[in-house]
Design a protein around this ligand. Structure first.
Ligand SMILES: [Zn+2]
Length: 373
């Protein structure tokens, strides 16, 4: 396989779930895959060595945040994101479109580009799709994403329609401006929860043509069921020979249900953010380590988990760290929560390869954890 080749390893018998492999300049990625989020070129509280230990295949970094600090010039001078952050496996940068539209107070949008203010010092910035490509090419991730327009939820149909049209035009401009051959550029589908706009967005983005497709504009506040209902025809309409990436979704139950619809890639800040509040994921649901019932519980965090945290630490110790606000508590819970999602995606892959994903999903949905996420 050569760079960015995508190979479908298996398709499930009863669902649309797929197992696939694609190749980047820093190694291959086996899907379905959960990608830890390293917004500012760090997965909060977790070292690259620890990420390798839990088999993280690929991590995310965020263009908006790195553009503001330290600036793409400094990352480029360091030799790109891989050497800057000491991570030699694949990296994906999102374009920052989502952050521009969700974090900034004042966003001025027109066909040429988008003007926004820094969340750090209020300084004004202006991005054309071409500017955004220059920043992402300087950052040097293995996968870059096009600059898209992300309307909020709920949004008027006319606003979403405009975002679909503009995103498609910007996707074509991004593709024309993108020249790095060791970096793949993925398109992004928008359209909110309007079926005809999702269909239009798929058609227009696929017409531009990309080696992979992000599915954006979900997990922005709409009900889960509505999201999954809307996602089904979108995933089915995307080319079967390209990876499909559901952006910003990493809730265990939603991830497994989206895999059944044919989605391959996921990312979410949920596992690390949840860890920093003292909460652990497990197959039986969420565990709040602040709870006094764990004070003398010297058993492992999750007896069925093989992660470094569960094989070395007791619930009582983790509860102590969380209670006295030691930073190691957040780190150990982040390692476990990330391992939980990485491992869940890995088990999903194994069951697709075995042709039993339907049964795997049913067992999860019938299990004690399904309603807790
Ligand atoms: Zn664990």
């Amino acid at each position: 396989m050569s760079l960015f080749d995508f190979h479908l390893d298996a398709v499930d018998r009863d669902t649309a779930a797929r197992a696939a492999t694609f190749v980047t300049a820093h190694g291959s990625v086996r899907t379905p895959v959960f990608m830890p989020v390293g917004t500012r070129a760090t997965v909060k509280g977790v070292t690259p060595a620890q990420l390798r230990e839990i088999d993280a295949q690929i991590v995310l970094a965020n263009t908006y945040h790195l553009f503001l600090r330290p600036g793409s010039e400094i990352v480029s001078e360091a030799g790109g994101l891989h050497s800057f952050m000491g991570w030699d496996r694949p990296i994906l940068t999102d374009s920052g479109g989502f952050q521009v539209f969700s974090l900034a107070d004042t966003v001025k949008l027109h066909d040429g580009g988008v003007e926004f203010r820094s969340i750090i010092d209020g300084a004004k910035h202006f991005w054309t799709p071409e500017d955004n490509m220059a920043v992402q090419q300087a950052l040097g991730a293995d996968i870059a994403m096009v600059l898209d327009v992300c309307p909020p939820y709920p949004a008027e149909e006319s606003v979403v329609a405009e975002a679909v049209r503009r995103s498609a035009e910007w996707a074509a401009r991004c593709k024309a401006a993108h020249t790095r051959e060791d970096q793949a550029l993925f398109g992004i589908v928008q359209g909110g929860v309007f079926d005809h706009l999702r269909r239009e967005s798929v058609a227009r983005t696929v017409e531009v043509g990309f080696p992979g497709y992000g599915i954006g504009g979900y997990s922005v506040g709409e009900p889960h069921e509505l999201m999954l209902e809307s996602l089904e025809p979108v995933a089915a309409a995307l080319p079967t020979d390209r990876p499909r990436y559901l952006m910003g979704v990493g809730n265990p139950t939603t991830m497994l249900r989206a895999i059944a619809l044919g989605v391959d890639m996921f990312d979410c800040v949920l596992p690390t953010r949840t860890a920093r509040t003292g909460t652990a994921f497990s197959s039986t649901g969420r565990m709040n380590l602040r709870n006094a019932k764990y004070a003398r519980d010297f058993g492992p965090l999750d007896p069925s988990c093989g992660c470094p945290t569960c094989t070395t630490c007791s619930r009582a110790y983790l509860r102590h760290l969380v209670t006295v606000k030691e930073m190691l508590g957040s780190t150990l819970l982040s390692i476990h929560n990330l391992h939980f999602l990485i491992d869940l995606a890995g088990k999903a892959r194994e069951s697709v390869l075995a042709g039993t994903y339907g049964a795997f999903l049913s067992a999860w949905m019938d299990g004690p954890g399904a309603d807790d996420y």
